[in-house]
Design a protein around this ligand. Structure first.
Ligand code: 2NL
Length: 344
């Protein structure tokens, strides 16, 4: 038997096989087939025993050369497969630490958000607590219990968003939150209800969704001067200690008496300009003493308790505070506008 021929055949066969190996497991099998204790190289070495010293030397050298070749080829293949496996793993991994970070500009609070929080905080500092409620509201809480009769123009399709569910509306003010509060808590009460409200309105000073904050104060012997005192502190905090304030008689179905509160125009200092339409005054909020019919609707005895309430639009205050000429700027989300409020 020609050992050299067999050795050459083995070399050719396994050079090719090692080249074609696809996994480390497969390579391990090939390795033990060739170099293991019962491997092909070992069996070649066993054949040497029966040979002469010269033949042993000659064939031993040839076998060792093939053995070294296999060892080198297997080592090479192992390195290649390990590198490939690592590459695959990195490719699959979620985090690629070599990717440069994406640039994001630092944000700014939206002026409406800022103003809502700013105003809410003033009332919280005076001991009012914050109440919230749903934006899809019972018609009964939004209108009936607030002494707004069925034929009142505010209920008209022109002002209210009715939804596909009988008896529900998108709340047109946050007053129903105060109704809910009075239904679940007994006086004394001092609460503010900030949030989104909806009315079918759209022009430079009206948006179909806007923000409101309402206040409600109920206790024994609450009078109109308590209302004036609280609102004076509020307005002087927002617009400064010297701001002129006036109360004008008005009408709301849920308060009696009712008043509208104006401040001296912050733009022209009362001289008369475009913003105050020449009057020297800016309308800021509506208020009044809670109507006895509202108290009766929520089960509070109007002979025992009295209270005041007020409501104001947040966008209007933000527009005055930041001299914003068109309400739509507060809703467009144009970043050139929004980013001007950094650092408030
Ligand atoms: C305005 C005027 C106002 C109220 C809201 C109120 C709520 C209850 C009872 C009585 Cl539960 N009143 N809220 C009272 C007066 C005026 O808002 O011009 N808002 C933008």
């Amino acid at each position: 038997m020609d050992i050299k021929k067999q050795l050459k055949a083995l070399e050719e066969e396994y050079k090719q096989k090692i080249k074609e190996v696809l996994s480390l497991e497969e390579l391990q099998k090939v390795k033990s087939t060739l170099l293991g204790k019962k491997g092909k190289i070992t069996s070649f070495l066993k054949q040497l025993k029966s040979l002469t010293p010269e033949q042993k030397k000659e064939f031993g050298k040839a076998i060792n050369e093939v053995k070294n070749l296999f060892e080198d080829l297997i080592k090479e293949k192992e390195t290649e497969l390990k590198e490939k496996a690592l590459e695959e793993k990195l490719k699959k991994s979620q985090i690629d630490i070599t990717l440069p970070a994406e640039w994001t500009e630092a944000g700014a609070p939206h002026p409406t958000t800022y103003t809502l929080k700013y105003i809410t905080d003033i009332f919280v500092s005076m001991g009012f607590s914050i109440e919230e409620g749903p934006e899809v509201e019972l018609e009964e809480y939004n209108f009936d219990m607030l002494n707004i009769p069925k034929d009142h123009p505010a209920r008209d399709m022109q002002d209210t968003f009715f939804i596909n569910k009988e008896g529900y509306v998108l709340r047109t003010h946050t007053s129903p939150v105060q109704i809910r509060t009075m239904l679940k808590k007994k006086p004394p009460l001092a609460v503010v209800a900030p949030g989104k409200v909806y009315r079918k309105d759209l022009d430079p000073t009206h948006s179909p969704m806007f923000h409101q904050i309402e206040g409600l104060f109920v206790d024994k012997n609450v009078s109109f001067r308590d209302l004036k005192g609280i609102l004076k502190i509020f307005l002087e905090t927002v617009f400064g200690k010297d701001i002129p304030i006036r109360f004008r008689p008005s009408y709301f179905p849920f308060t009696e008496p009712s008043a509208e509160v104006d401040i001296g125009c912050t733009v022209c200092k009362g001289k008369g300009c475009r913003v105050c339409k020449g009057t020297g005054w800016l309308e800021i909020l509506g208020c009044g003493m809670v109507d006895p019919n509202v108290f009766k609707a929520v089960g509070i005895n109007p002979e025992e308790f009295s209270g005041f309430a007020f409501g104001l639009g947040i966008e209007r205050i933000a527009m005055l505070k930041f001299q914003i000429p068109d309400i739509r700027l507060l809703f467009n989300n144009d970043m050139r506008f929004n980013l001007q409020f950094k650092g408030l």
